[in-house]
Design a protein around this ligand. Sequence first.
Ligand SMILES: CCCCCCCCCCCCCC(=O)SCCNC(=O)CCNC(=O)[C@H](O)C(C)(C)COP(=O)(O)OP(=O)(O)OC[C@H]1O[C@@H](n2cnc3c(N)ncnc32)[C@H](O)[C@@H]1OP(=O)(O)O
Length: 447
Amino acid sequence: MGDNSSLPSGSSPKPNPDLVEEESDSVIQKGHNNNDNVTSLETIVQRFQDSMSIDDNNKRHKFWETQPVGQYKDVGDFTLIEGPIEPPTPLSEVKQEPYNLPAAYEWTTCDMDSQETCDEVYLLLMNNYVEDDENMFRFNYSKEFLRWALRVPGYYRSWHIGVRAKASKKLVAFITAVPARIRVNDEVVKMAEVNFLCVHKKLRSKRLAPVLIKEVTRRVHMENIWQAAYTAGVVLPTPITTCQYWHRSLNPKKLIDVGFSRLGARMTMSRTIKLYKLPDSTVTPGFRKMELRDVPAVTRLLRNYLSQFVVAPDFDEHDVEHWLIPRDNVVDSYLVESPENHDITDFCSFYTLPSSILGNQAHSTLKAAYSYYNVSTKTPLPQLMNDALIVAKQKDFDVFNALDIMHNESFLKDLKFGPGDGQLHYYLYNYRVRSGMKPSELGLVLL
Ligand SMILES: CCCCCCCCCCCCCC(=O)SCCNC(=O)CCNC(=O)[C@H](O)C(C)(C)COP(=O)(O)OP(=O)(O)OC[C@H]1O[C@@H](n2cnc3c(N)ncnc32)[C@H](O)[C@@H]1OP(=O)(O)O
């Protein structure tokens, strides 16, 4: 696998959490009333800002500086308390009318039950959503996937927001939120998960994105919810943690042909194909597809596993049924049922997110599987994930992607994943968490 494999997660200069953590520890050890320490604190903040490249090109965040999110100036301030940044406002004071759009555009609520609307959303995203830095690949979420991601238990239709051109009625922008309970340390917080922010390519850089974000915020507030979680490939104030994508080739020839990966030094194509070859069938006794009857056992397994992470979803049986029951071409879930006592001991899952291959004559789609939630109690995690790779290969995926979150680092290298150049920054809106969180302390996967 070449070392430059990329997928459209976007990438930007990365904050260096190790640096912050290391330096901030030394500040704590040195005590409070020493001028040198004040300087060190400034240095930490300065270095953090430098690593965010906000000073390099004098980049300010005109919109994000006005929002209740961790600001760069707060990094290293240990007096700030974990929890909401702003208190909720009384519901009667929440703005009742939508925000103003430029005169030629109007708001629309996208009914994902309607085939026609779902087609419009699909096409907007297919042509305008996230690309990698070299514009070689663009996410191509399927319609079934969009329906799954948006019609979650307790969803609000009003949170699936579009913008249309008044004259042509063409859909030109989109943003969504879905409700979720997310635990941060000991607090379970009602949040909105915000995703699929998209502005048509022809309308970029006109400050439409802040209007979409303010409108989704208003509609979330109307439901008495005051916090949100989201991810982005771009650096904004301020990531709770920054993760890296790793990629495991399943179809190395195609990945090399389309420029996703490169032939390694001193490697031939046939040696590369041999390197990534997998067994034809899974190896763990009792490894099988998850079924509806498994929901209670999987919920117990998952809740217990996720309790160790700083930030993780608070899944109940309804959530597990929605998010993890297998759906063709959307989500796959497998578990290990003990052949002796029929206990469910291990679980793994991945979701299907193809990317369009831009400008390649031979191939139009890259079929990618993304690691989702995995729990091992009896089967070693590398063995479990190797079985996940085997089923992904059987299902004709070209590549299996995973972030370095949860315990994923324990299998990435052994199973021949290579680091990509895509990074994913995780954010919380109106909720402060201590700085310096590591990706391995994160138990949340956003689609
Ligand atoms: C309580 C409830 C709260 C709910 C809300 C929680 C917050 C949710 C936040 C949203 C979570 C979304 C999660 C996802 O879906 S991440 C996926 C984002 N989508 C894409 O990357 C698709 C391709 N790109 C586009 O469609 C456009 O470039 C977008 C729409 C991204 C920006 O459009 P455009 O390029 O035409 O720019 P502008 O002139 O309108 O606006 C410029 C301002 O927008 C800020 N910007 C740029 N990209 C992002 C981004 N990905 N998250 C947040 N902010 C972003 C930017 O820093 C600047 O602000 P500031 O730097 O000056 O301050």
